[in-house]
Design a protein. Structure first.
Length: 279
């Protein structure tokens, strides 16, 4: 068995004839400078998140590892030491860093391949040991798992979902506490004449959700997905929820204690807020 394996290895190591050799560009994949974390960061372009200044790493501009929204959420929840947390859409792992530093054991699920690789790089640079980064669709994860979580963190994902109500339903089956940072629709904060409404369908669709009539607003990215920094969902068409209906939907699946924070009607893409909800 060993001799057969070594024979295959030798055959793969034999130089190909000059006429069959690949372009010299294959050698561009090798890094021959001093090993550094910057080398790893530079493998994937389009970073949004920054690293601590003392790390001396050039990446994005946002210090997501110090996000005040996540700090607020942790204050609402209480101590995370030993708690099992599911993070939906970790993007580049900054929030994962905060959760693990607070003592949590984390499953973080990211569908975007480039963002997933950035999460792995972040995990290595920060030396995370209690966080698992998974590549795939967190909706499929929630549909297929029997695991329950002490807390689910859904920052920046609900408004990217093609079926946000289904996502809320799945979350309610797997936890008693959830955090959302999300955009929402509100005619007072973003009336039909607002330029931010241009990427939405003209009229909302009404969906019944556990007896609640929920207004959903179809939206498109309009080419934003062509940029390296794109951090949206896996489908161009996605749906925002009306603010009041979103809160009613959460109550309908058992989240009876809801706290709002950081309501921002003037966000460049549309009104946004933090929601901490528990049963």
């Amino acid at each position: 068995m060993l001799s057969k394996w070594l024979g295959k290895l030798r055959r793969r190591s034999v130089p190909a004839p000059l006429s069959a050799q690949k372009s010299p560009r294959i050698f561009d994949r090798y890094v021959i400078s001093m090993p550094t974390h910057q080398n790893a960061v530079d493998v994937i372009q389009g970073w949004t998140s920054a690293f601590p200044p003392e790390f001396g790493i050039k990446a994005g501009a946002l210090a997501t590892y110090l996000d005040p929204r996540i700090a607020w959420m942790m204050n609402q929840y209480g101590p995370l030491e030993g708690k099992v947390v599911l993070e939906l859409g970790p993007l580049e792992g900054g929030h994962t860093v905060m959760l693990e530093r607070a003592g949590a054991i984390v499953d973080a699920i990211e569908a975007n391949q480039s963002a997933f690789l950035r999460c792995l790089i972040t995990k290595e640079i920060f030396g995370l040991s209690r966080s698992r980064i998974w590549l795939g669709d967190f909706v499929r994860w929630l549909e297929g798992t029997e695991k329950t979580y002490d807390l689910i963190v859904a920052s920046g994902v609900l408004y990217h979902a093609n079926d946000p109500l289904h996502l809320i339903d799945l979350i309610a089956k797997r936890t008693d506490a959830v955090y959302f940072w999300t955009h929402f629709m509100d005619d007072e904060f973003m009336p039909p004449s607002d330029p931010r409404r241009a990427v939405f369908a003209d009229k909302p669709q009404i969906q019944d959700f556990h007896g609640v009539a929920v207004r959903t607003y179809l939206r498109t990215y309009r080419g934003a997905a062509n940029h390296a920094e794109f951090c949206g969902g896996p489908m161009d068409q996605h749906r925002w929820l009306h603010r009041d209906d979103m809160l009613a939907a959460l109550r309908a699946v058992g989240f009876s204690h809801i706290t709002l924070e950081d309501v921002d009607p003037d966000h460049r893409y549309g009104p946004a807020m933090s929601i901490y909800a528990r049963k």
